[in-house]
Every structure is written in C-alpha cells, then in structure tokens.
Ligand binder design. Structure first.
Ligand code: 5RP
Length: 222
C-alpha cells in the first residue's frame, strides 16, 4: 500500500517530467487536479519561457495567476501545442476517466484544441479496464432525473454529487458499477442522451503520452 507522502512524490516526479514537453514561447493547455497543481508549481520556474496558459477550471486559473502566469481565454487562442492534465483512471490504450474534480467539460474542450495530450498520473491510476472509478457525467440540472433513468438502463448506478455545481452551473452524476470494455463506443452513446453536457470518458480524444509515476522513476507510454 502506497502512503500519501509517496503518492505526492510520484505526482511531483511526473509534473517535473512534463516540463520537457513545454515548447519555448508557447501558450499551453493546463488541466485540473492535485497532480496538475504539482505541474503548475513546477511550471512557475519556466514562466519566463512561455507566453502563458489556457486553463480548464477556475481552480487552476487562480493558481496560475497567483504564480504570475498569464491565463488566456481559449477563444483568443487558435492553437495549443500541448495540454497537460491528470486522470482518475487510464488504460493501456491511453483512454481515460476524468472529471473527479468536476472540470470535465472544459477539460474536454481544451484537450480537443491541443495537438498533444500529455497525461500525468501516479501508478495507482493505471487500470486494465476502466470503471472502478465512478464515471462523472455533467448534466443540465432540470434533466437530472431523466438522465439518471437512462444511465440505469446502461447498467450503471448514478449518484448525484452532493453540494457540487460545475463551473458551467450544472450538476454531476457519478455512475458506479460500470465495466467499460469499449470506452470509445460508450463515450459516443452517453453523448446521445438529451440533457448530458459531457461525460468523463476521454477515448475519442485520449492521451498521446502518459507519464506514469512509479517508485522506480517516471515511465513514458505512447
Ligand atoms: C478533474 C480531473 C483530474 O484530472 C482527475 O480528477 C485527477 O485528479 P488528481 O490529479 O487530483 O488525482 O479530471 O476534473
């Protein structure tokens, strides 16, 4: 069993490793979560070498600004060479479950713009089959019950994330009990449910590079 201190060190290791992918004089996409917090801390050392960042959440925006890194609106940026973000689960094909922090919609939008998605994660996130981590789904509040009934038909057990509103003013249903053998097909199918804003499967646009923190060092997977 890995201690919290060890896990934090692995997050810092992958965060530092991701700096090698940051091009000079670029605007980069930055995700959300505790691993990305480590990346933003590491990025501060490089802040004079980049133009700034596009952020996927209010949380990351505040942290970037506090460290003196300029934050751009995505609409004012036509291209992002890289997007660096964590994952709640990632499989060997680099498909992911994301949205544990509730920022999945903006994360998916920024990831869609980026040329390269670099996933940073400690080894606990690597799984053979996605679904042990409950799949987050952002839903328009008035559609919550309808969408929940549809999700039950998919074989899942949706639970409303209590006391949580997304940056877009919506709610999150966390779907338990799914064994996701075909993430690509499920991602498309969930998008067809009226009232679903976004689901936390990142399979159509998975990661291009996984930097995985292990006690023996950072492993790079493509
Ligand atoms: C936020 C996310 C995060 O990337 C995911 O939850 C991983 O977070 P952490 O690095 O704290 O484990 O998808 O919406």
């Amino acid at each position: 069993m890995q201690s919290t201190v060890d896990q934090q060190r692995l997050k810092q290791d992958v965060a530092r490793a991701a700096l090698a992918y940051v091009p000079e004089d670029s605007i980069i996409g930055v995700g959300t979560g505790s691993t990305v917090d480590c990346f933003i801390d590491a990025l501060a050392d490089k802040k004079d070498h980049i133009r700034g960042a596009v952020s996927s959440s209010e949380r990351s925006t505040q942290k970037l600004k506090a460290l003196g890194i300029e934050v751009f609106d995505l609409n004012s940026v036509s291209e992002l060479p890289i997007y660096v973000d964590g994952a709640d689960e990632v499989n060997t094909h680099l498909a992911m479950i994301k949205g544990g922090g509730g920022a999945l919609t903006r994360e998916k939008i920024v990831a869609a713009v980026a040329r390269k998605f670099i996933c940073i994660a400690d080894q606990s996130k690597l799984v053979a089959i996605l679904g042990q981590f409950p799949l987050p789904i952002e839903v328009i509040p008035s559609a919550r019950s309808y969408v929940a009934r549809q999700l039950i038909a998919f074989g899942g057990e949706p639970r409303l994330r209590q006391g949580f509103t997304t940056d877009n003013g919506n709610v999150i249903l966390d779907v338990h009990g799914l064994q996701i053998v075909d993430p690509y097909t499920l991602e498309q199918a969930l998008n067809q449910i009226v009232g679903v804003v976004c689901n936390g499967l990142f399979a159509k646009r998975g990661a291009d590079v996984l930097l995985l923190g292990t006690p023996n060092g950072v492993e790079t997977k493509h």
